[in-house]
Design a protein around this ligand. Structure first.
Ligand code: ARG
Length: 589
């Protein structure tokens, strides 16, 4: 269902054509003065300039052509030649009815559907996730839901960090604790035990131990580097260990991601790019795209058009020790996806601080002809800060684990539930479920509502509040509508034909009509906050409507049925929007 503005644009465009002017001048948008009009068209001014005519005169002719249009209740010329348009109640009622009945709550599906890979989450095996990984997970998962909602085919890939020095550190750490394991026998080609020799707790203990030691002890560091190189070169025992490390980590990660309602289609990692690295390096050398420089192989990615900026450093394909790193695995992953998924676009939802890395990778991909740079997008985001304005840390300065963050959010949500005496007549199970949903709404919405690229301050007390621009406030709005509809149903009252009579009803209907535009903006800019903004304003418009009118208690049967219909439409759009944000609404609260 196209929105009203585009429907009016078509009508205005025809009016412009009818008086011998260009149709595109008829672009209609929301009025800057909602107290005076619903929509406005400024085309007469532009037309007047070109045609050297008086804009008010042109506007007058347009009014004549458009008066009587079934969507238009009132059209007037204002100021130097604006058209002010008020739409009919019937039009708005029809729109609301559409929102109420539609599976997409009044939104359009995309006409031009694409296959999109979204690379998000990006957790590292053994290294604890930090709050930046939270942002990637929540933003990436939301973009995935949004793209799917619009009809695109999406493949979400976690792209695990499972190929770097931390793997060598784990191997060395483990070999010191359990030197007799078969994985460490030189020349042992396997098979190796199917059972993992380590648990996630072991990894959480071993990694900081080994990484600390490799910082202070040079000989130890060399051991770790050697183990990493041997792993990458294919030593069978180490590869078998890697597989255990990955499996154990993924299992633990899924628990944390589940809490955030985040899921992936693929759990591939840097290590999965390995089979593509050698043929890719050969190809790039053969075609002269990679060149030798001080014993390393590089791809020059600086461009003349970069002038004025500091020159972009080259892409290191193979370092002088013969090793490959993060750049090369990312390029090989593009190579893999281009061949095997054949997407139109790849989105990388990763911390803004990796912007240079992705620029280099994307340019290298373009230069190599693997995948066009125009289809590769780095979706960067700002940092989550603590009270001190620096990246959020635990009280003792450590990284905040995602699991701790989830636990803290749930505790805070439970505190809110007991403060509000919500749990009085609910079962323990239901209270737990509501707590989880409040925590989910709080965490996701407080992240998503910010312009993606800005930093924000982590403040659980604010995030879990039932008031203000928060996830729980939106849940509260949805639950209030559900309760109201249940009550009406219990009294034998059903929704019926919708009429838009009062001012708050009109505003609510106009708000619902903005859903499509909000989704389009969120998709085009890859910015979920446009959708957050829409949903929040919808909840606000509903609140005003709710405060202004009796609904279930309305005496007039037709009015009551109409208002119940409005409530159903709002609930449908609210829940649809929240679902795209990955937020679940409880039945009561
Ligand atoms: N593991 C990386 C990190 O923790 C993020 C990976 C992002 N994705 C990618 N294809 N580079 O910083």
């Amino acid at each position: 269902m196209a929105d009203i503005a585009s429907e009016l644009s078509t009508a205005c465009g025809q009016a412009f054509e009818a008086i011998g002017l260009e149709a595109k001048l008829g672009m209609v948008r929301r009025s800057d003065r909602p107290d005076l009009a619903d929509f406005q068209c400024n085309g007469a001014m532009a037309a007047a300039k070109a045609a050297r005519r008086n804009p008010r005169e042109i506007a007058g002719e347009l009014v004549e052509k458009l008066s009587g249009h079934p969507a238009i209740a009132d059209i007037t010329v204002a100021g130097p030649g604006f058209l002010n348009i008020k739409v009919t109640e019937e039009l708005l009622a029809g729109r609301v009815q559409g929102v109420r009945e539609s599976e997409f709550a009044g939104a359009d599906q995309s006409a031009d559907t694409k296959t999109i890979v979204i690379d998000f989450g990006g957790p590292n095996v053994a290294k604890p996730m930090h709050v930046g990984h939270l942002r990637s997970a929540v933003i990436g998962d939301t973009l995935k839901r949004l793209c799917r909602f619009l009809g695109h085919t999406v493949i979400g890939d976690a792209h695990l960090g499972d190929w770097g020095l931390q793997m060598g550190q784990l191997i060395v750490g483990l070999s010191e604790e359990q030197p007799d394991l078969p994985y460490f026998d030189v020349g042992n080609e396997g098979p190796f035990p199917a059972e993992s020799p380590v648990t996630i707790e072991d990894l959480a203990r071993l990694y900081p131990l080994a990484s600390g030691k490799s910082k202070s002890d040079e000989a130890y560091r060399e051991l770790c580097q050697k183990a990493t190189a041997e792993l990458q070169a294919g030593r069978a025992g180490y590869r078998a260990l890697l597989k255990h490390f990955i499996d154990v980590s993924v299992k633990a990660l899924k628990v944390d991601y589940d809490r955030l309602n985040v899921s992936f289609d693929l759990w591939k990692g840097e290590s999965d790019a390995d089979p593509f690295v050698a043929p890719m390096v050969t190809d790039l050398k053969d075609r002269g795209i990679a060149e030798e420089s001080d014993g390393a192989w590089i791809i020059r990615v600086a461009r003349d058009t970069d002038k004025g900026k500091t020159e972009m450093p080259p892409f290191i394909l193979v370092n002088s020790r013969g090793g490959v790193g993060y750049h090369t695995t990312d390029l090989a992953t593009i190579f893999d996806r281009a061949q095997n998924i054949k997407p139109d676009t790849m989105l990388y939802v990763v911390d803004q601080r990796q912007a240079l890395h992705f620029q280099q990778v994307f340019r290298a991909s373009e230069k190599a002809g693997y995948f066009p740079e125009a289809g590769l997008e780095h979706i960067g985001f700002g940092t989550v800060n603590g009270d001190d304005g620096k990246p959020f840390k635990t009280r003792d300065g450590g990284t905040v684990r995602l699991s701790d963050l989830n636990r803290m959010a749930l505790e805070e949500a439970e505190k809110r539930i007991s403060e509000a005496n919500l749990s009085d007549d609910l079962s323990e199970e239901e209270v737990r479920d509501i707590g989880l949903k409040i925590a989910l709404a709080a965490t996701r919405f407080s992240d998503l509502q910010n312009t993606r690229t800005t930093d924000y301050k982590f403040d659980l007390e604010r995030f879990t509040s039932f008031e203000g621009k928060t996830g729980p406030y939106l849940l509260y709005a949805a639950v209030r509508i559900k309760a109201l509809l249940r009550r009406a149903k219990g009294e034998g009252n059903a929704a019926g034909a919708i009429r838009i009579v009062s001012d708050t009803e009109r505003k609510l209907a106009m708000q619902m009509d903005g859903f499509n535009t909000a989704l389009e903006q969120a998709f085009e800019k890859r910015m979920p906050h446009f959708l957050c903004e829409h949903i929040y304003n919808l909840a606000q418009a509903f609140s005003a409507f709710y405060a202004a009118h009796p609904i279930a208690a309305e005496k007039d049967a037709e009015l009551r049925a109409s208002r119940l219909g409005l409530c159903e439409a709002v609930l449908n759009q609210l829940e649809t929007g929240l679902d795209i944000l990955g937020i679940k609404t409880p039945e009561r609260m």
